[in-house]
Design a protein around this ligand. Structure first.
Ligand code: HEM
Length: 512
């Protein structure tokens, strides 16, 4: 009997407590104009099957449809990851102050690769100044002089030498690459043959980088060595190294050794230039000459780290984009005809010459690269950590508060395919960026984020377009090309997704 009475009183008390708490909560919502609800939450366990069977994109699509453009995924109640879908809710992600939103420790694994003197190894003030050095070194007025050396590399790499190459030579036969072998290899495109674009562009971009970024010493005397070391450093970005960057694994030890050897090479160049008071026109020189606001010059170790970071940011991204552009163009006859026609028109106007201003006139080619990158972004997802609560407003007008501690994700790949921004988003259609359509502009500032945006926007965008245009304008002018392997699928197992397997292209040199 006593038990029943107690249970009754307990139930009544509970009802009162719940009512009181709800009243306070409702009053807070009604009275506090600043109060905003948190985004809807979905449990990660319920999503695992979908992610494993259909992939991350399908999961985002599914939740976007069910929950709207802002939703959180809870990992066992311990950590929440909030997805921000679409340009309307992406402003703070890209523009928020570093003290409020930053990469946090998400890129910690890059510190042993780049060095503790740059990027995520230094405080934000130093990093901002270092980004200024890059911006200075890569500004259009400096880039102009790089067109000729770039073109020279493409010509040398594809020009007929003594032999014809009819068949594709698997790269494995040619690696490890000694400098001479590599240059011989690249000099033998000949009259016709078949190549793997992915492989060719990786080499070509490295050659261009060694000439324009690193300078004569590397390009002329130690290209092969630097290329091999750089590859070893790049291979240190496997899953284990990303998760445990300081573990004593074989991959990490190889990575560290390659870093030490690269550092020795660049340090020698740094010292020899200083000793001989030699001044070159490459980006390395700009970094050697750079000065912090307080007048301090960059140190040897900083220059080494800065140049490694630049190679990392620029090489793989550019070679993959060149490859995707090729695959898209050679798959879509309409676009291919349009870019070839554009080259003919430009030749009629300027002759065979290509310079910085002429490259700027290649709008059709520009849009072809841009749409390839829209469909195949090298960074399919941007990630940041929230240090201070902030509010987002969806395009329907709903406001949510994203609290401190959340990880936030901008799903670039998904955003690039939103049908209310891009017409027929899964169709390769470079004209979508032409005057009159300009779908990325109409959609708002962060509709197109293949190069990031806001505070961490890519400093190498102009350089990247320039080198990809140099390569493709040269190829389109001099070769008939055909994609002979199937259109590549994406290999999502890589940290930077890339075309799966080789991208085989047959070529025939056209008569001058
Ligand atoms: C098609 C080629 C390229 C693509 C798609 C690309 C893409 C990107 C993206 C998405 C970011 C932003 C990363 C973030 O928000 O966390 C970025 C940053 C960066 N990129 Fe590029 N990039 C390319 C070429 C280059 C080149 C050629 C260079 C240098 C020569 C370069 C240097 C950098 C650097 C230094 C940053 C860091 C900026 C910062 O943290 O403030 N990139 N790039």
């Amino acid at each position: 009997m006593d038990l029943t009475v107690n249970a009754m009183w307990f139930s009544i008390a509970l009802v009162f407590i719940i009512a009181a708490v709800s009243k306070i909560a409702i009053e807070r919502i009604m009275l506090d104009p600043v109060y905003k609800p948190r985004p809807p939450v979905v449990n990660s366990v319920s999503l695992i099957r979908l992610v494993l069977t259909k992939g991350l994109r399908a999961m985002i699509c599914d939740q976007h449809r069910k929950l709207g453009s802002v939703f959180s995924v809870s990992f066992f109640g311990l950590h929440k990851v909030t997805f921000l879908v679409g340009p309307e809710v992406s402003g703070h992600f890209y523009q928020g102050l570093e003290s409020e939103i930053s990469h946090g420790n998400t890129l910690e694994f890059l510190v042993p690769i780049f060095g503790k003197e740059v990027g995520f190894g230094v405080d934000i003030t130093t990093r901002t100044e270092q980004m200024r050095f890059y911006n200075e070194a890569l500004k259009p007025s400096r880039l102009r002089s790089n067109v000729d050396p770039m073109l020279k590399e493409v010509e040398v790499s594809t020009n007929l030498q003594s032999e014809y190459r009819h068949d594709y030579i698997p790269s494995i036969i040619l690696t490890p690459l000694s400098g001479l072998l590599l240059q011989d290899y690249l000099a033998k495109w000949g009259q016709h043959g078949v190549v793997d674009l992915k492989h060719e562009f990786e080499q070509l971009i490295m050659l261009i980088a060694s000439r324009c970024l690193l300078g004569t010493e590397v390009r002329e005397n130690m290209f092969g060595e630097v290329h091999t070391l750089f590859r070893e450093l790049y291979n240190g970005m496997g899953l284990t190294s990303v998760l445990f960057p300081y573990a004593l694994t074989l991959a990490n030890r190889r990575r560290d050794k390659a870093r030490v050897n690269l550092s020795e090479i660049f340090t020698k160049i740094f010292r020899s230039r200083k000793r001989a008071k030699q001044v070159e026109s490459d980006v390395l020189q700009n970094l050697i000459d750079a000065k912090y606001k307080n007048g301090r010059s960059t140190t040897e170790a900083e220059v080494v780290a800065l140049i490694i970071m630049l190679l990392f940011g620029g090489n793989h991204t550019s070679s993959l984009t060149s490859t995707w552009t090729g695959a898209c163009l050679l798959r879509h006859q309409r676009s291919l005809t349009a870019v070839v026609e554009e080259q003919k028109q430009i030749i009629r106007k300027y002759g065979e010459r290509i310079d910085y201003n002429i490259l700027l006139e290649m709008d059709t080619l520009h849009n072809c690269i841009k749409d390839a990158l829209r469909m195949h972004p090298v960074e399919p997802m941007g990630i940041r950590k929230v240090h201070k609560n902030f509010i987002v407003k969806t395009k329907e007008g709903t406001e949510y508060e994203i609290p401190r501690g959340h990880t936030i994700v901008s799903p670039v790949l998904y955003n690039h395919n939103l049908p209310y921004i891009y017409k027929d988003p899964y169709v390769y259609d470079p004209d979508r960026f032409s005057p009159g359509r300009e779908e990325d502009r109409v959609g708002g500032k962060f509709s197109y984020t293949a190069f990031g945006g806001g505070r961490h926007t890519c400093v190498g965008e102009a350089y990247a377009y320039m080198q990809i245009k140099v390569i493709w304008s040269y190829l389109l002018r001099n070769f008939e090309l055909k994609l002979v392997s199937p259109f590549p699928e994406t290999d999502w197992s890589k940290l930077v997704p890339e075309p799966k397997r080789e991208v085989m292209v047959s070529y025939k040199r056209v008569a001058a």
